[in-house]
Design a protein around this ligand. Structure first.
Ligand SMILES: [Zn+2]
Length: 445
């Protein structure tokens, strides 16, 4: 397929803006990126998709999300409004996850994936919990992912909060799914070993996870210091901070992805840097939970990979970028912090590095050899769009609502805003039948 007549924003190592640009891909992989004139000459027989002046850019990556939270939308939290993060977990998330059946889990993924296709997010790294139905839950999500045609990395969050059987079942689900993908690799499915957070996993359970992960060529995906309570708990219970404890337990390494890292100390940051750990930043979620602001620029200055996730918020990663841009300015009282180009490095280069833990070819860039994960946007710049300013055009002008076409691995998932793989009305209708049942089970807990 040859996409022609677009303004191509390549991102990736060789960041270019190509006027009247084109992208040529075969099967699921990009072969060439250049001008329309050149690529038409090189590939005269190719089937053509005329971008007609649209922006052509790589699909967005979400480095950390929770499909399972989908049914929380609009649900009244039983009891008094939560006062802090621990109460939010206890009164909302630890009830709604317990209420999910396998079908609920699948539909929570489907509604998220509809949203992702609509807003041009082609790779998502999920962190799943459904403690009443653990076995097979990652297959239920994988089924939704495969139906959608998007690229999805999965894990099950191991925790002790549902007793030793719950922890064992979580370990077994991670192992089973990692083995499944080892035996039957799928370019659009990835896996990691999920852990909830340090404060809900004992040393014994961490040791069991490390042992179970042996030989599976995987890292861990875990929440770290999202709230100060995580650090307080670690210091009180184990006498060390979270980062130190996870290092001692063998959880950290270059394949491990940690979410948030808000309340970590300088020493913990050094531990993460030395271990090559990847971090995901979720500004909308952090603001919503009032848990604080991660020292993103400081982490980046240390050379740590810091990507961007949505933590279950809408799958419009443009909005996450816009939010990150604003949050760090107001937080530090300095309009120079986290400039647009640095933010693009997080959302594209660093997210691509994180996706690389799960998938076999590069994403987040239009370059030969990368997966053909491509989006087209109806964005008409009214000031010059250049290699020097495209990050700020994205921050101040471009949005997921401009996305008209979504392509993942060469497969067209949305054309002229029409979804081709998922039946949105049917998915919404079934979700609408499931939601009141989930809410009732939550109310009865
Ligand atoms: Zn999370």
């Amino acid at each position: 397929m040859l996409i022609t007549n677009g303004t191509v924003l390549t991102f990736g190592a060789d960041k270019r803006v190509i006027s009247n640009g084109a992208v040529y891909y075969e099967d699921d992989t990009i072969v060439a990126v250049g001008t329309t004139v050149d690529l038409r000459q090189q590939y005269p027989e190719a089937e053509v998709l005329d971008a007609a002046g649209k922006i052509v850019m790589p699909g967005m990556v979400c480095a950390h999300t929770h499909f399972y939270g989908g049914f929380a939308r609009g649900m009244a939290i039983p009891g008094e409004p939560p006062e802090n993060f621990m109460q939010i977990l206890e009164r909302l998330w630890w009830k709604i996850d317990r209420a999910l059946t396998l079908e609920d889990s699948k539909y929570s993924a489907l509604v998220a994936l509809v949203d992702a296709i609509r807003h041009g997010t082609t790779t998502l790294i999920d962190h799943h919990a459904s403690p009443s139905h653990i076995a097979g839950s990652l297959d239920a999500l994988a089924e939704a992912a495969t139906q959608s045609g998007l690229r999805v990395g999965l894990c099950y969050e191991v925790t002790d909060r549902n007793g030793p059987e719950g922890a064992q079942a979580g370990i077994a689900e991670n192992v089973r799914f990692l083995q499944r993908l080892r035996d039957q690799p799928d370019p659009k499915l990835g896996a990691s070993f999920g852990l909830h957070a340090a404060f809900t996993v004992s040393d014994e359970t961490l040791a069991a996870c490390v042992e179970a992960a042996q030989g599976l060529d995987t890292g861990f995906h875990i929440h770290v210091a999202e709230d100060r309570a995580d650090e307080d708990h670690s210091l009180k219970t184990y006498g060390v901070r979270v980062g130190k404890r996870l290092e001692q337990q063998g959880i950290l390494g270059p394949k491990t992805l940690i979410a948030h890292a808000i309340h970590v100390s300088e020493t913990e940051m050094e531990i993460f840097r030395t271990a090559g750990v990847k971090i995901s930043h979720q500004p909308r979620s952090n603001m919503n939970n009032a848990v604080g602001v991660a020292e993103v620029e400081h982490l980046l200055d240390k050379g740590i990979t810091v990507g961007l996730g949505n933590d279950g918020f809408s799958n419009n990663m443009f909005t996450e970028i816009h939010t990150a841009y604003l949050l760090h300015r107001v937080h530090q009282g300095d309009p120079r912090v986290l400039p647009g180009d640095r933010l693009m490095e997080m959302a594209f280069d660093h997210n691509a590095t994180i996706a690389g833990l799960f998938f076999s070819k590069p994403v987040g860039a239009l370059a030969p050899g990368a997966f053909a994960d491509i989006i087209l946007l109806d964005y008409v710049p009214y000031t010059p769009l250049t290699e020097g300013n495209y990050p700020w055009q994205l921050v101040f002008g471009m949005d997921g609502s401009h996305v008209s076409h979504t392509i993942c691995g060469g497969q067209l998932l949305m054309k002229d805003r029409r979804l081709l793989t998922l039946d949105e009305p049917a998915i919404a209708a079934r979700a609408l039948e499931l939601a009141p049942q989930i809410w009732r089970r939550v109310a009865e807990m």
